[in-house]
Design a protein around this ligand. Structure first.
Ligand SMILES: [Zn+2]
Length: 305
């Protein structure tokens, strides 16, 4: 009998759920709006999704959930979630009670990294650093097919380190919501890219428009993308010098900037303390599906039966 695994990606605007079969193929997928601001409603929505999927597959499944933030092991309470109505809530206990089974939780960036490491761009690589370049900058680390959570549950969260080797016009850098200035996120998030372009040209464009402008021959847009690639190289070199991953997989909206995959490795060599660099920088394979896929993979096939 096939053991199904349900993965849920609990986002700020939508909740996605999918059922993976034993081999990791996605059999069913559902998406509903998040009951934003409504904690009890969020629990009920998760339970409803699991119930609906299990009715269709005709079997009880394991359940893994990716959340924006983390559940603190010592207290069982959610922290660091941008879905603020979850903060301080015993989400794990409440979902387990609603579903009547143990449920595994992980940060959504960790789920992305796990999905890409298991059977995505990083498949077969020993150490994978999954990097989210989107509204924010986050990341997750997977070694040997397992998420590294870390003592403080922040492993891979490089977005609020300072941008390394800042140039005079990058110092002290834009102020960040975290209370610091010049965080990697303030330069490399989608809003960070747009703000950088605006500082240099005075025009408000998003990443997609800047990429389109560069492709059409606009030199100022091209220069913005070059600055972005060079800064990403500096920032990733700092991570490579510590983690030395086999592969770095980019995710989030800015992972679609195709110039990064050639240019960043050209820039990063000068900042990496090795005369040869074999770390690969790769686009994601699963794209938007990585959240649900990685959540489902919090249970191994042999555990789900
Ligand atoms: Zn910050």
């Amino acid at each position: 009998m096939t053991a199904f695994r349900i993965g849920i990606d609990l986002g700020g605007t939508k909740i996605e759920a999918a059922a993976l079969d034993q081999g990791g193929a996605m059999r069913l997928r559902r998406r509903i709006p998040t009951p934003a601001g409504d904690y009890a409603g969020t629990i009920a929505a998760i339970a409803g999704l699991v119930d609906g999927l299990e009715r269709e597959i005709g079997a009880r499944a394991s359940v893994g959930i990716g959340i924006p933030g983390t559940i603190v092991a010592a207290t069982g309470l959610v922290k660091n979630a941008n879905s603020t109505w979850l903060i301080g809530q015993p989400l794990g206990r409440d979902v387990e009670a609603a579903l009547g089974r143990p449920v595994r939780f992980a940060n959504d960036a960790n789920c992305f990294a796990l999905s890409e490491a298991i059977d995505g761009a990083g498949a077969g690589q020993g150490t994978v650093f999954g990097v989210i370049l989107g509204t924010g900058v986050g990341g997750g680390i997977v070694v040997g097919g397992r998420i590294i959570v870390g003592a403080n549950a922040i492993a891979g969260e490089w977005g609020h380190n300072p941008l390394p080797a800042p140039q005079p016009d990058e110092w002290p850098g834009p102020s960040c919501y975290c209370g610091r200035s010049g965080c990697i996120e303030t330069f490399l998030s989608g809003p960070g890219l747009a703000a950088d372009h605006q500082r240099h040209r005075g025009a408000a464009l998003d990443g997609r428009a800047i990429a389109a402008g560069a492709a059409a021959g606009d030199a100022v847009c091209r220069a913005t993308l070059d600055r972005y690639a060079e800064r990403l190289a500096r920032a990733l070199a700092g991570a490579i010098n510590i983690l030395d991953p086999d592969a770095i997989v980019l995710g989030g909206g800015l992972s679609s900037l195709s110039h990064l995959y050639d240019e960043v490795p050209r820039y990063w060599v000068r900042h990496i303390i090795s005369d040869t660099v074999v770390t690969r920088l790769l686009p994601p394979v699963h794209g938007d599906s990585s959240g649900v896929r990685g959540a489902a993979w919090l249970w191994r096939p042999e555990e789900a039966g």
